[in-house]
Ligand binder design. Structure first.
Ligand code: ADP
Ligand code: MG
Length: 668
């Protein structure tokens, strides 16, 4: 992560903006509540290059807001200018407005605040011999004693406008908003220390990360994110660091001239919350609320997030300042991108990529032993909603395993009839299973498992060697529970896998990959059925099969009428060849019937593939051999997004030894 931490600009004089520039500026400084004042004053401190910012409040900020910084300060002669409307040191002309890098640029905040409250600005400029305080009401300037930096004190907000004061909420609510106004910049600036006091009590304090950590990038941000949002946020999120260029640009022009850099952390789907209160987006260091960004992130989670859950994330977008207009909203919380498509794509891809990497695909150092439990079970209750069952965000790497136990196909041993597979129903068809010959090696895998393992003759992988439990992120299979779950053992302890959900995701990702990037003519590889599967079809099914013959072909299906009331499935996607062809055909026809033939595969592609995957995935209550279970685990480790099923539910959970020990009150 390396959101740019811009060094402070050299000192410039405060001057009144020229009239033609004033007319260009989004008008109206908005001071709604104490938090608006806090935000403006903290912005000013950051613009002044402060490394320590202390905010003191009384009565939720209504009685007093004092923001103290150690920035470059304001020289005595310019103090009165600082309180003047449209007077700023940050821009001089239109050109500078268009590429502004500071938070402020309108020269309005201090003037607006001074108009609705008692203001005192005390400052000592770098190199100045003394400090001076300016009383905003009287205009009196007097010497004071203080170190280099500035303190702005704002007393009795809205004292002269009781109507507005009435709109303020309780002190506690206003305090919460002020805290948020400090949290936002704090998340983007780990190099700056922040402290917030209320009624003489230290409410929050985040220490500045040392320069060495900042140079390291990542570590400093992680520490700050952890300080502000909690350790769990970092534990349950993945880093993202992607530089993107507009996909529209011709390839020879993708020269990073207009790069959009997206870094930060995005929560794993499991960390999503009911409320969107942990969603932070920064554009060039400025906290923004932006529909393009929110939508881009949301769409990246589309495939992995369940229902209305809100993802958690902190995203830093860096973009050439001339490609984003910050001058669109009085409070500067909104921005306008010159090319919002470019930004949307960059963000979506970066987040998607980060989420796609299967966290289980990590190589866990076998020597690492048992990591400390992420979430020790401290209350002794066994509650599915508690943090006991959390899925740890394992570090991922590009680990493709060298010891491949078995291929994916081992899950679905193909019964060959004259070279073609039949489309037999998978869940009930015991004959479809490999012959129960065991070469003995499987027994070594089945520690303490009474279930007779059946060895797939075609499976000639490394099964002969007993697997050390620590070698595989998802471990080695031990048993199947209730026909629904696979139990496996890894270095951390117990892994529980929802086998249907996991397999469904694997099949879905495989279908998506096969269909590719929706190029013209691309189709799922199809396999003809030796004996067509026939079924009595409704009139709608008949019509859909006829009308959508082409989309069906794209999906690897050939469905033709056999009689007035019967359809025949003549070919199915090869990936799903072992499924129930009739059930597959019926549900795809049902999906297609809802769409317009010409656009259906483009628009509803993923939905249809997801439906198909469900048919192709192993059913509950199907007995799996240990080899099949291991094959599924290995496949999960290699499949993108395999931590969630197609409906966004988790596919596996880790229960650590520590958690088990806690459960049994076994002291360690
Ligand atoms: P803006 O930030 O848009 O320039 P403000 O009204 O917030 O307008 O501030 C006016 C000017 O006062 C700034 O341009 C800056 O030169 C000076 N100023 C305000 N706060 C500080 C501070 N904390 N440290 C140094 N200079 C400051
Ligand atoms: Mg300002």
């Amino acid at each position: 992560m390396n959101a740019v931490l811009t060094p402070p600009a050299p000192r410039r004089a405060i001057r009144e903006l020229p009239d033609e520039l004033i007319s260009q500026i989004a008008a109206g400084e908005v001071v709604e509540r104490p938090a608006s004042v806090v935000r403006e004053l903290v912005d000013n401190a950051l613009d002044a290059g402060a490394t320590q910012i202390t905010v003191r409040l009384l009565a939720g900020g209504v009685r007093l807001i004092a923001v103290e910084d150690n920035g470059i300060g304001i020289v005595r002669e310019e103090l009165p200018m600082a309180l003047k409307r449209h007077a700023t040191s940050k821009i001089r002309n239109l050109h500078e407005l268009e590429s502004v890098g500071s938070f402020g640029f309108r020269g309005e905040a201090l003037a607006a605040i001074n108009a609705i409250a008692d203001c005192v600005v005390a400052s000592r400029a770098v190199d100045a011999t003394g400090a001076f305080a300016l009383d905003g009401q009287s205009g009196e300037l007097r010497p004071v004693a203080r170190a280099v930096g500035t303190t702005v004190e704002v007393k009795e907000l809205f004292f002269s406008t009781p109507a507005r004061r009435k709109f303020l909420k309780t002190d506690a609510t206003e305090l919460a908003h002020c805290l948020e106004a400090v949290r936002r910049p704090a998340l983007a600036r780990p190099d700056v220390g922040f402290a917030l006091w209320h009624e003489g009590r230290l409410v929050q304090q985040w220490r500045a990360q040392p320069a060495s950590a900042i140079a390291n990038g990542m570590a400093a941000f992680d520490q700050r994110l952890s300080d502000v949002l909690g350790a769990e946020f970092v534990e349950r999120s993945v880093t993202l660091d992607g530089r993107s260029v507009s996909d529209n640009a011709p390839s020879d022009r993708r020269d990073n001239r207009h790069p959009v850099r997206v870094s930060g952390r995005v929560g794993i789907p499991d960390a999503a919350r009911a409320r969107g209160d942990q969603q932070f987006c920064y554009v060039n260091g400025r906290f923004v609320r932006d529909k393009v960004l929110t939508h881009a992130v949301r769409s990246a989670y589309e495939d992995v997030l369940h229902g209305h859950r809100q993802p958690v994330y902190v995203l830093y977008i860096e973009i050439d300042p001339t490609r984003v207009d910050v001058n669109v909203h009085p409070t500067k919380i909104e921005v306008r991108f010159r090319d919002s498509r470019e930004v949307h794509q960059a963000v979506r891809h970066a987040v998607q990529d980060a989420l796609a990497k299967p966290r289980a695909g990590a190589t866990l150092a076998p020597a690492a032993g048992l990591p400390p439990a992420l979430n020790p079970l401290d209350n002794g209750t066994f509650d599915a909603s508690s943090r006991f069952w959390t899925q740890p965000a394992m570090r991922f790497g590009s680990a493709t395993s060298p010891h491949r136990v078995s291929d994916f196909e081992a899950l679905w041993p193909v019964r060959r009839v004259d070279g073609a597979a039949t489309a037999s129903g998978v869940e009930s068809d015991a004959e479809g299973l490999p012959s129960p010959e065991s070469n003995g090696s499987a027994v070594a895998l089945a520690t303490g498992n009474a279930m007779a393992p059946r060895q797939n003759a075609a499976d000639t992988g490394a099964v002969g060697v007993p697997l050390p439990a620590g070698d595989w992120p998802l471990g080695r299979a031990l048993a199947q529970l209730q026909g629904v779950y696979i139990l496996a053992e890894n270095a951390q302890g117990l892994v529980i896998v929802d086998m249907h959900a996991a397999h469904e995701r694997i099949v879905y990702e495989r279908l998506k990959a096969q269909l590719g990037a929706q190029q013209d003519g691309a189709a799922l590889p199809s396999q003809p059925l030796l004996i067509p599967a026939t079924f009595s079809a409704t009139a709608i099914e008949q019509a859909t099969a006829e009308e959508h013959a082409e989309p069906l072909r794209t999906l690897g299906l050939e469905i033709t009428p056999l009689s007035a009331s019967t359809l025949a499935v003549r070919a199915v996607p090869s990936t799903l060849a072992q499924g129930d062809a009739t059930a597959l055909a019926r549900s795809v026809l049902a999906e297609l019937a809802q769409h317009d033939a010409s656009t259906v595969v483009q628009r509803a592609r993923d939905e249809i593939l997801s439906t198909m995957a469900c048919h192709g995935a192993v059913r509950a209550n199907r007995r799996l051999t240990l080899e099949e279970m291991n094959a599924l685990l290995r496949q999960m480790e290699e499949t993108e997004r395999s931590d969630q099923c197609n409906h966004g539910r988790p596919t596996w959970r880790q229960v650590t030894i520590r958690e088990l020990d806690n459960l049994f009150m076994r002291g360690r």
